[in-house]
Design a protein around this ligand. Structure first.
Ligand SMILES: Nc1ncnc2c1ncn2[C@@H]1O[C@H](COP(=O)(O)OP(=O)(O)OP(=O)(O)O)[C@@H](O)[C@H]1O
Length: 581
């Protein structure tokens, strides 16, 4: 109930929780005083004596003022107890995701992260602001009332107090069922969120293939499963509230029954009887209210389990990477698969020198992009060694790695905004001149001069640009980043041949001063690379220069010849060499 780890997240909350309980207690004392004032008038009225109106009126007025003030102050403290939790948790989740880096999606889904950080933290607000103060108050209030009623009728006070623990006992029984049910509820909730997000992202594709109706039905089925589990949760909550009500009302009735029998026997007077009757419900109200908060708090606790599981995920070490003259990337005997039982790379060894162009070629599906994925720290789940600047990549912080290696691939994301804001993502300090130079290099400057220059509007995902323009803007952005290693993964696909040639000129110039890795289907782009690695079904089957590979690597020669045939058929004829095998 009192989760130490949750409490340690916002240590200042405990003070506000205690203040809330204190003000609630002042409210209870005011209530007792109010009942005292009313009962003294009623008892005097029944006895036919002089009415203590002046004393009762001043007591009631003071009690009412006390109730109003304590209610306002306890609400204020309750708000203070909960106000930090959302901020603290969301900040922790955000920072954790940054530290996990691109590999985070291997461990949890985006929908899961969104749900725990939005709804999960909302429910924890109730846990801190309402449930925890109520938990303490629900113990304090019956003990106070017991002490007050004991002198009037110890028997009634004992009976009333004896019924109070039955409510937490009911809560404990419900908690056992609730824990399992709520964990299933959250699983289905995140599953539904996942499906929804995916369908939304792929909506255009679903529409094109008229597959949206089938997806709609699948989502309906998932939503129905979620509805059923939600109803089960609600039913469990309602049933437990009914049980708690029966215990509370039964306890009050038992206490009143004892007091009534004592009144009939003449062992207590009317004042004592009325005092007990009017305060008996107060014994149970705090516990009963605790029961109502309990369900929201339980939901929050279930979410906190997921939040802590996320916060506890192993993260890459925080060592920064110091660039040195010998900086490069090397893979030594790397074996990797995205799924268990399916190897995508097998014993891959390759070296990327600190300066120069390294190319990776191979048939579709041979594992080229997977090598780029690992070079960018996309996964830790490989066997073998990957060294960046001579250090194991696992020991390099995500931030350092991101500054060191930049990847441009098909569909690199463009943000809604302007050309300037998209370029600033890579380098916030870049001047207009630097931005224009990068755009010039990426063969996009002429087009943008005809538009609104750096202020040209870019729609979300770059949807108002052609595929080639999108790609060229992504290349310009990468050039601005000032990284040490550039990985161009099919970065010039989607681009007309003329622009492709211009970009490849820039890539070649870049490789004179930086480390450049080029992954390209089009071998003409890598003919002048310093070293070419040939991948075949996840294995390196050749390494050398273009000329050397044509002679010594049949897989490369096959690829080259088939591309030459295709391009001469299309009338391209861009290649200067053609060998006969
Ligand atoms: N995210 C992923 N999850 C599971 N399998 C994947 C994933 N990405 C790639 N693969 C699989 O890994 C293998 C290698 O894919 P990869 O994209 O590295 O090849 P590639 O040589 O770059 O291909 P292409 O030239 O067509 O882009 C393929 O069999 C592919 O199905």
């Amino acid at each position: 109930m009192m989760d130490r780890r949750l409490l340690s997240l916002v240590p200042q909350a405990m003070g506000h929780i205690l203040a809330t309980v204190g003000w609630q207690w002042v409210g209870l004392v005011s209530n007792i005083a109010l009942v005292w004032g009313i009962v003294s008038v009623l008892a005097a009225l029944a006895a036919g004596g002089e009415l203590p109106l002046a004393t009762a009126a001043s007591l009631c007025a003071a009690a009412c003022a006390g109730k109003v003030a304590s209610s306002a102050l306890s609400q204020k403290s309750s708000f203070r107890a909960s106000e930090d939790i959302k901020f603290v948790l969301r900040e922790k989740i955000y920072r954790k995701l940054l530290r996990l880096g691109p590999a985070y999606s291997e461990k949890l889904t985006t929908a899961e992260v969104v749900q725990v950080s939005v709804e999960g933290t909302e429910q924890l607000e109730t846990y801190f602001g309402q449930f925890l103060p109520q938990l303490l108050y629900a113990v304090l209030a019956p003990l106070t009332l017991f002490a007050v009623l004991f002198p009037f009728s110890w028997q009634a006070a004992v009976v009333l107090l004896a019924f109070v623990p039955l409510i937490p006992l009911t809560i404990m029984v419900v908690q056992r069922i609730a824990k399992r049910l709520l964990s299933r509820y959250w699983d289905q909730y995140t599953q539904l969120g996942d499906g929804f997000l995916e369908n939304l992202q792929g909506l255009a594709t679903l529409k094109i293939y008229q597959a949206d109706a089938a997806r709609h039905e699948r989502m309906n089925a998932e939503a129905e499963r979620f509805r059923i589990i939600t109803m089960k949760v609600l039913r469990m909550q309602l049933n437990s509230i009914i049980v708690m009500d029966i215990v509370a009302l039964g306890g009050a009735a038992a206490g009143i029954g004892v007091a009534l029998s004592q009144l009939a026997a003449g062992t207590i007077d009317l004042f004592s009887f009325l005092f007990i009757v009017l305060l008996s419900a107060e014994f149970f109200l705090p516990m009963r209210l605790l029961g109502s908060f309990f369900h929201i708090a339980m939901n929050g606790m279930a979410a906190s389990g997921k939040i802590f599981a996320l916060l506890d995920l192993d993260e890459p070490a925080e060592k920064p990477l110091r660039a040195s003259a010998g900086d490069a990337i090397s893979l030594a005997d790397v074996t990797f698969g995205y799924e268990e039982g399916r190897t995508v790379l097998e014993g891959v060894s390759l070296d990327v020198p600190a300066v120069g162009m390294t190319a990776i070629v191979g048939a579709s599906g041979s594992g080229k992009s997977t090598v780029a994925h690992l070079m960018a720290g996309g996964s830790d789940a490989y066997a073998g060694d990957i060294l960046v600047g001579g250090k194991p990549i696992r020991s390099v912080s995500v931030e350092s790695l991101a500054r060191h290696v930049v990847t441009v691939r098909i569909g690199s994301y463009l943000f809604g905004g302007t050309v300037r804001s998209n370029l600033a993502v890579a380098n916030r300090q870049a001047s207009d001149d630097e931005m224009w130079r990068a755009l010039e290099s990426a063969a996009l400057a002429d087009y943008l001069r005809g538009q609104n220059g750096l202020e040209t509007a870019i729609d979300e995902g770059g949807s108002n640009l052609s595929g080639g323009q999108r790609q060229r803007l992504a290349v310009a952005r990468a050039l601005l980043s000032g990284a040490d290693v550039y990985v161009f993964d099919e970065a010039t696909s989607n681009i007309d041949v003329e622009s492709e040639e211009r970009i490849m000129d820039v890539v070649r110039a870049l490789s004179q001063v930086k480390s450049v890795v080029v992954i390209s289907h089009r071998l003409a782009n890598v003919v002048r690379a310093d070293r070419i690695y040939v991948l075949d079904r996840g294995r390196v089957t050749g390494c050398g220069t273009h000329e050397g590979l044509l002679e010594g690597c049949s897989a490369y020669a096959d690829l080259w010849n088939s591309q030459c045939e295709l391009e001469s058929y299309r009338g391209g004829g861009a290649h200067e060499a053609r060998i006969e095998l």
